[in-house]
Write a protein that binds this ligand. Structure first.
Ligand SMILES: *[C@@H]1O[C@H](CO)[C@@H](O)[C@H](O)[C@H]1NC(C)=O
Ligand SMILES: *[C@@H]1O[C@H](CO)[C@@H](O)[C@H](O)[C@H]1NC(C)=O
Length: 223
């Protein structure tokens, strides 16, 4: 969202951004089709965080957390290995939702993306991200409400320490699955792209129907 080039211009600089499967999308629920061949996605090893700290860093656009390579994703035609997760926030303001995906035109306040690559077919994420079946990303819509969501404090409590681009901080490892909605069986699946340049058309998207909630006070931690 904080790209230097405005979205309509992306395709001039990054040819893939003019592709036919550009993400994010607005999910129009009346135009979705129930697909009996799809099964719930299964996070694997998300709860086995071990003792090694995670690294949280500010890449100039957003906050990114690298994920250990034993975490992965099942329930897709191939096994996908976890790479990283990152948050998308809006520019702020109550009427300016920060999510990338929208459902029936409605945005959420933020969106978490958990990125995996197809480690059955490709040797690493750099290669996989340029391939049609290379990446699988989980999209989690986040809305603000009354209640605190303690799982998100594992990230939000450390944001002050990475105010500036390229800053990094080690944070205690935590159960990544606790960030996800409870219902992993209801989701929208489509073939799309990275949402920011280079926009490779390489992502099998899973956008969960259930939203997770965090409190207003938690949202304000990003400021
Ligand atoms: C990814 O794999 C390719 C092919 O094996 C290799 O040339 C490249 O250096 C690898 N990249 C990284 C970042 O490991
Ligand atoms: C997505 O692409 C895969 C091949 O990569 C194909 O098998 C699948 O049918 C496509 N799904 C949709 C919804 O277009």
């Amino acid at each position: 969202r904080l790209c230097l080039v405005g979205q309509p211009e992306w395709s001039k600089y990054f040819p893939d951004c003019g592709g036919t499967s550009q993400s994010p999308v607005d999910v129009i629920t009346t135009q979705t089709k129930y697909d009996t061949s799809l099964i719930p996605v299964t996070p694997l090893g998300y709860s086995q965080h071990g003792n090694k700290p995670f690294t949280l860093y500010n890449n100039g656009h957003t906050v990114v957390i690298e994920m250990p390579e034993w975490m992965g994703l099942g329930g897709l035609p191939w096994f996908f290995t976890a790479v990283q997760m990152h948050l998308h926030w809006g520019s702020g303001g109550p009427s300016h939702g920060g999510s990338e995906h929208t459902i029936n035109g409605l945005s959420a306040d933020a969106e978490l993306h958990v990125v995996h690559y197809n480690s059955e077919l490709y040797p690493n994420v750099s290669i996989a991200m340029t391939q049609k079946d290379g990446l699988a990303v989980l999209g989690i819509l986040i809305v603000t409400g009354e209640e605190t969501n303690p799982a998100f404090n594992n990230i939000l409590n450390y944001l002050q320490r990475i105010r500036h681009a390229d800053q990094k901080v080690s944070i205690p490892a935590f159960d990544v699955q606790s960030l996800l909605p409870k219902d992993l069986g209801r989701y929208y699946r489509y073939n799309g792209s990275l949402t920011t340049p280079p926009c490779y058309q390489s992502v099998i998207w899973t956008l969960f129907h259930e939203r997770v909630q965090i409190s207003m006070a938690q949202v304000s931690l990003r400021n």
